[in-house]
Design a protein around this ligand. Structure first.
Ligand code: SF4
Length: 396
């Protein structure tokens, strides 16, 4: 006992106090009993910090409610990292959220453990290749127990906690405890109920029998026969605008386009919005920017078109018989557009969003910084030339 080993690093050290204590009669026995008592206390008081971000979080909440009642295992959920020793990550973690999760993890006192609950926390699941989602929480913090499923039910969480208890016990006994392997890497996340598709049939006896049973039944093609309907392209749409909006377009010499909102020259855009506000269009509904590469545009292929952004605006009047007004401005990718914040307070976050995702710049915006993505995110993910598999260090 005089030599203690650090289970993580393998380093060992001695202390004269251990050697002295070991010589006293009965002390070893007493220390062993105290150690057992502490291990019992530790394993039966795992307090959970809920890092619940999406649907799996609902299952986590259900586990804490009266039907499952995690409390009977001594596990309670606390809303502060300083009082918790298990972080349960339940849900999708975004690139912007990841540093915050890490900060909360670092605020938890040692010893501490992490449970990844559900496919999103394990691997990012369907969102894995999305520009904004990290491919598993174990790219940020170490995970001790994985609970596969989408979502895992409360009983699965309870089972995960029991597995964690076993690990904590083993570690207190001085055994080397390995972290769980990521189930996504060893491919155990396949559906538990076999899906019968064509390539499965004939693979084994059971499936062959199923195939025989299904013989003679109505096939999908018989149920939904393909019908040969001649395709007629729809006639070009004729835009219908409110008379006051149409009058303003005429007054300012803005042409009506059949393939999208009328294009207002960028230098007249602010004045255009101001006049619309005077006409009663007091609600800013949306601002949406689209990035077009050279040779493309709203009409599809556009010969000779250079790379550009098109930013579309929608306003409406408030009250019964509401009228809509919509227009767009077309600018070079780095060309600033006058901000509408002095006219519409709601333009503030909408312009920030378009700056963040598409890179549109708004001159005169009081605080043009990222809104959705992490502060250090490289580039603008909704530009058409954004490499979708880009790595955003260190989480993608
Ligand atoms: S694993 Fe499924 S249930 Fe859980 S957060 Fe992801 S999508 Fe939702």
């Amino acid at each position: 006992m005089s030599e203690r080993a650090n289970l993580d690093t393998g380093a060992s050290w001695t202390h004269p106090l251990y050697a002295t204590l070991e010589k006293l009669p009965g002390v070893s026995l007493g220390l062993a009993s105290v150690d057992d008592l502490l291990a019992w206390g530790l394993t039966n008081s795992l307090w959970v910090f809920p890092m619940a971000t999406s649907c799996c979080g609902i299952e986590l909440m259900a586990a804490a409610a009266s039907r499952i009642d995690l409390d009977r295992m001594g596990t309670i959920v606390r809303g502060t990292p300083r009082q918790c020793d298990v972080m349960v990550v339940a849900g999708t973690i975004t690139v912007k959220m990841a540093p915050r999760v890490l900060k909360l993890w670092e605020q938890m006192p040692e010893p501490k453990w992490c449970i990844a609950m559900g496919s999103c926390a394990i691997s990012g699941d369907f969102y894995r290749n999305l520009y904004s989602v990290i491919p598993g929480i174990d790219t940020v913090i170490p995970v001790d127990v994985y609970i596969p499923g989408c979502p895992p039910n409360p009983e699965a969480l309870m089972h995960g906690l029991l597995r964690l208890q076993e690990k904590v016990h083993a570690r207190r006994r001085g055994e080397k405890v390995d972290r769980d392997p990521n189930p996504d890497l060893i491919r155990v996340t396949q559906p538990a109920i076999p899906r019968v598709c064509e390539r499965d049939l004939g693979r084994n006896d059971e499936l062959s029998k199923l195939q025989a049973d299904q013989a003679g039944r109505v096939t999908e093609e018989q149920m939904c026969p393909a019908v040969d309907v001649p395709f007629e392209p729809p006639p070009p749409a004729t835009p219908v605008f409110a008379p006051d909006f149409e009058g303003l377009l005429r007054e300012l010499g803005v042409a009506v386009a059949a393939d999208g909102p009328p294009l207002v020259p960028v230098e007249r855009h602010f004045e255009f919005a101001r006049r619309l506000k005077e006409l009663g269009y007091r609600q800013l509904v949306s601002i949406v920017a689209t990035h077009w590469l050279a040779g493309t545009g709203r009409a599809g292929k556009e010969e000779g078109a250079s790379e550009h952004l098109e930013v579309a605006y929608v306003l409406r009047t408030v009250g019964p018989g509401s009228r809509l007004a919509t227009w767009a401005v077309r600018v070079a990718p780095d060309q600033p557009i006058p901000s509408l914040v002095p006219l519409y307070a709601g333009a503030d976050w909408q312009e920030r969003e378009q700056f963040d995702l598409v890179g549109a710049r708004f001159a005169g915006h009081p605080d043009l910084r990222r809104l959705m993505m992490a502060e250090n995110y490289p580039g603008h993910p909704l530009r058409r030339d954004f490499p979708i598999d880009a790595h955003c260090a260190p989480w993608r």
